[in-house]
Design a protein around this ligand. Structure first.
Ligand code: UD1
Ligand code: CA
Length: 460
């Protein structure tokens, strides 16, 4: 028996005032539709079909290779949207179909899975996921009979004042026996105040046919939340952001102040690591134990060892070994591999380079397309001149070498081990091991020149 999911994402979301379809509006930097797809994936459905509508090409392009799609040319209601996916659903006869709203990113895999267990345990034809909310305005209300059994779902616009006072609402997520869904879909009409084909009418028909249906109440009422405008989107961001911060704190991460901290769902952080305000950790970022990350650090797909300090660091697709100390104000551009106990200081940029253990790059330096050995000291204001205007070249520096301040290393160039460069040198030829390279003009002192030429500066 196989289960499938249909996600409804045809809506325009006018109030978002976006050039994208609503389902592509982002919560925690991830499109709402992707949160929904991941929730369905967590619930282990065998295949997913997304119903597209407004700006469908954009959504189809985004979903290519991830899910199937069905196009709804006109928005005639949630029931009509599911009808567009009938060919897909038919392949899952005998199993169950999960329906989700593509704009409810807080609906999670656990809730969906618990609802499925409940659905199967009770042998239900349909299970509606409901929630008890403080403000039920705008949602379909769950109407139960005297015995507490689900009777019908009434939309805000169709509800009587008494029904509007009900706080239990429809989340828009359901498990249907696939055969029941297909049968009832063919029977719904648009005879209601909004002249729409309501998917909720399928449930009413199932009840009228004497089939077992019920509402499964989600523990977390936030699962129903959707966003119609940017203000509600911020509310979803806040809720999800705090959820992931809580997960990290429960796992032993120290967050003394949560201001401006965003931690993506796939980020792993070791115990006793402290995250300071203004820090954003995204993608497949992994951080070890006992680190201090922040303030104001922005890491994407970056792996960090234990006991590392990253103060005002921006890093993308990079690695930082244990015991390193970076910042303040360091930029690691993609493919930077920093070894252990490396110090990188004020206003340093590293790009596509390897830096081995114990090396120091302290201030105002650019290291690009370079391989630096162990225990090197790069002075202040050094530049690896890696671009000749047409091609990028590499700079290689051996272990224990000392690069004097304001050295330009014109690549391709190779410096041996335990070499020195004199401050202010422009090095364009290789430097052998144990060698001092001086590549600057000798200084000439003209003694008494100032007085002789009457050039003493007026200091007032
Ligand atoms: C729906 C439910 C309501 C529930 C609420 C939860 C119905 C009749 N009502 O109401 O009981 O409380 O969700 O959020 O189902 N969509 C399409 N094509 C359409 C219409 C909608 O793809 O023709 C998509 C939308 O993009 C959205 C989802 O379906 O992702 C829900 O549609 P929406 O119009 O927001 O439904 P509600 O009226 O809020
Ligand atoms: Ca809605």
């Amino acid at each position: 028996m196989k289960n499938c999911a249909v996600i409804l994402a045809g809506g325009q979301g006018k109030r978002m005032k976006s050039n994208k379809p609503k389902a592509l509006c982002e919560v925690l930097f991830k499109p709402m539709i992707d949160w929904t797809i991941d929730a369905a994936g967590d619930a282990e459905v065998d295949d997913i079909c997304v119903v597209t509508g407004h700006l469908h090409e954009m959504l189809e392009e985004h979903l290519a290779g991830k899910t199937k799609t069905a196009f709804q040319a006109e928005r005639l209601g949630t029931g009509h949207a599911v009808m567009q996916a009938v060919d897909f659903i038919e392949e899952f006869k005998g199993g169950n179909t999960l329906i989700l709203n593509g704009d409810c990113p807080l609906m999670d895999g656990d809730t969906i899975q618990n609802a499925l267990s409940y659905h199967e345990r009770h042998g239900n034809a349909v299970t509606v996921i409901s929630a008890n909310v403080e403000n039920p305005f705008g949602y379909g209300r769950i109407i139960r009979d005297a015995g507490g059994f689900l009777k019908e779902i009434v939309e805000e616009k169709d509800a009587t004042p008494k029904q509007r006072a009900i706080n239990e609402v429809n989340s828009g997520a359901y498990w249907f026996k696939t055969d029941v869904l297909l049968d009832t879909l063919s029977k719904i009409t648009n005879k209601n105040k909004q002249h729409e084909y309501y998917l909720t009418d399928c449930i009413e028909i199932a009840i009228q046919n004497g089939l077992q249906t019920s509402a499964f109440t989600a523990q977390n009422p936030d699962v129903v939340l959707g966003a119609n405008d940017r203000i509600q989107l911020l509310d979803l961001n806040d809720k999800l952001r705090y959820k992931f911060l809580q997960e990290q704190m429960l796992a032993g991460v120290d967050i003394p102040c949560s201001e401006g901290i965003i931690i993506g769902p796939d980020v792993e952080i070791g115990t006793d690591t402290r995250i300071l305000p203004g820090t954003v950790l995204l993608g497949d970022t992994k951080i070890g134990k006992n680190c201090i990350i922040g303030p104001n650090s922005y890491l994407t797909d970056t792996v960090v060892g234990n006991d590392v300090v990253l103060d005002n660091v921006v890093a993308e697709q990079s690695k930082v070994g244990s015991g390193c100390d970076l910042g303040p104000f360091v930029h690691l551009r993609p493919c930077s591999q920093i070894g252990k106990e490396v110090h990188i200081g004020n206003f340093v940029e590293i790009k596509n380079s390897t830096i081995d253990n114990g090396t120091k790059v302290s201030h105002l330096t650019y290291v690009g397309d370079s391989d630096l050995g162990k225990n090197i000291n790069m002075g202040c204001g050094c530049v690896t001149v890696n671009f000749d205007g047409q091609k990028k070249h590499r700079t290689v520096i051996g272990d224990g070498t000392f690069i004097g301040c304001n050295t330009n290393l014109i690549s391709p160039v190779k410096l041996g081990k335990f070499a020195y460069t004199a401050a202010g040198s422009t090095i364009y030829e290789d430097v052998p091991d144990y060698t001092l390279a001086i590549a600057r003009n000798r200084q000439e002192n003209k003694v008494g020149w100032v007085k002789k030429k009457n050039k003493i500066r007026n200091m007032e």
